[in-house]
Design a protein around this ligand. Sequence first.
Ligand SMILES: Cc1cc2nc3c(=O)[nH]c(=O)nc-3n(C[C@H](O)[C@H](O)[C@H](O)COP(=O)(O)OP(=O)(O)OC[C@H]3O[C@@H](n4cnc5c(N)ncnc54)[C@H](O)[C@@H]3O)c2cc1C
Length: 375
Amino acid sequence: MGSATAYWLLHYDPAIRVAVVDRDMTFARSSTLLSDGNVRIQFNLPENIAISQFAMDFLEGFSETMAVGEWHPDPSCRHQGNLFLVAPGGEDDARHGLEAQNRLGESVEWLSPEQIEAAYPPYAGTTYVAGTLGRRDGSVDPAAVLEGYRRKAASLGAEYIQGEVQAVLRDEQAVVGVEVGGDLLSAPVVVNAAGAWCADLAETAGVPLPVTPIMRSVFVLEADIDSELLPSAFAPSGLYVLAEPGNTYLVSWSLPTDPVGYDFSVSRQHFDDAIWPELVRNFPAFEAVRVLRGWAGLYANNVLDGNGIIGEWPELAGLYLANGFSGHGFQQCHAVGRHLAELILGRPPSLDLSKMSPARILANEPLYEHAGRLI
Ligand SMILES: Cc1cc2nc3c(=O)[nH]c(=O)nc-3n(C[C@H](O)[C@H](O)[C@H](O)COP(=O)(O)OP(=O)(O)OC[C@H]3O[C@@H](n4cnc5c(N)ncnc54)[C@H](O)[C@@H]3O)c2cc1C
C-alpha cells in the first residue's frame, strides 16, 4: 500500500517529495509478502468489484508500466479461476453477488453440484448446493508486485528510509510529520500504510482505528491431483484451496480462535487438528496429501466491517489511511494507491470509493460484504 501510493503520487506529480518509511526493507513480516496472492472479481460490494476490475486491467500492463531501464517485474498472473461454493440457505446471497459482478460487465457463472463434479471431480462434495465460478479470478506474485512498485517509485524519486515510525506528529487540527528514530520528518501529509500495525501507529496521533492484528496460517500441500486443471476452491466454511502449479495447493482456514497479536508461529498441530479434517470434510479427494511447508502472517482485521478504510481521517487534516484490508488487501493496492494519490493531490477520483472513507468509523456505519466472502 505504501509503495503503490508513492508510485501513484509521483506518477501524477513528479515534483512532489515522497518518503516511504519501513522498519524492515526486506518486508519479511509484511502481510504483502506473506499473502496468498489471490485476486478475485467475486466480491459483493460494487466498490470492491470495481477495485478488482481495475487491478486485473492494470496488472496486464504491470510489467511494462513498472519497468525501470531494462528491468521488468514479472507478476506471474494466472487466471485459474475461483470457485466459491454455496452453503445450503446461502443461494440468495450468492446470486446477489453474482448479479452485481455481472452487472458490472463480468461473466461469473452459476454451477450446480453436478456440473462442479463433472468439470472438477476433486471438488466433488456434499457441503454445498451450488458454486459460482469466476474465470478471471486467479493469482499474482506478491513479491513481484511489491518490487515493481518499490523500484518504480524509487526511480521516480521516492526516498526509502529504513526506520521505525514511533509517532505521527500533529498540532490541534493537522499532522505535521512523523518521528523516526528520534528524528522529525516534517510533512503536511502522512499516509498510514502500516498494515497489521496500523492501529498502534494511528493511536500515537489520538486516532482510534478498529483494526486488530490476527494471525492466519497457510499450508502448502502436495497431492496426486492435477492442479493445472482446477480452479481454486472456497468452501462454505471459509476453508480455501488455491490451485498452484505442480500439483501443489495452498490451504488455509480463518477461525475465530486464530491468535490476536503479533504472532508468526505456524503450528503443524493446527493443520492436523483443524485444517485437514475440514479439508477432507469438504473435498474427500484431498484425504491423501503431503504437507510441504507452512507459514503465518497477519491480517489487519477491520473488526467494524472487514473492509478497507481508505481516505483522510475526518478529524485530522493530512492523515490519510490505507488500513484494515483484512484478507483482501494485496489485490487492492493498485486502486487504493491511485485513489489516495488522487485525494491527496485534489484530483477527481477515478473510482467512487467514498463509502470506504474513514468517516464510517466515526459514524459507526459498517460497510458489509457478504460475511462468508471475506477471506
Ligand atoms: C496469510 C495471508 C494471506 C493473504 N492472502 C491474500 C490474498 O490472497 N489476496 C489478497 O488480496 N490479500 C491477501 N492477504 C491480505 C494482504 O496480504 C494484505 O491486506 C495486504 O498485503 C496489506 O498490505 P499493506 O501494505 O497494508 O501491509 P503490509 O504488507 O503488512 O505492510 C506494512 C508495512 O508497514 C511496516 N510498518 C508497520 N509499522 C511500522 C512502523 N511503526 N514503523 C515502520 N514501519 C512499520 C511493516 O514493516 C510492513 O512492511 C493475506 C494476508 C495474509 C496474512
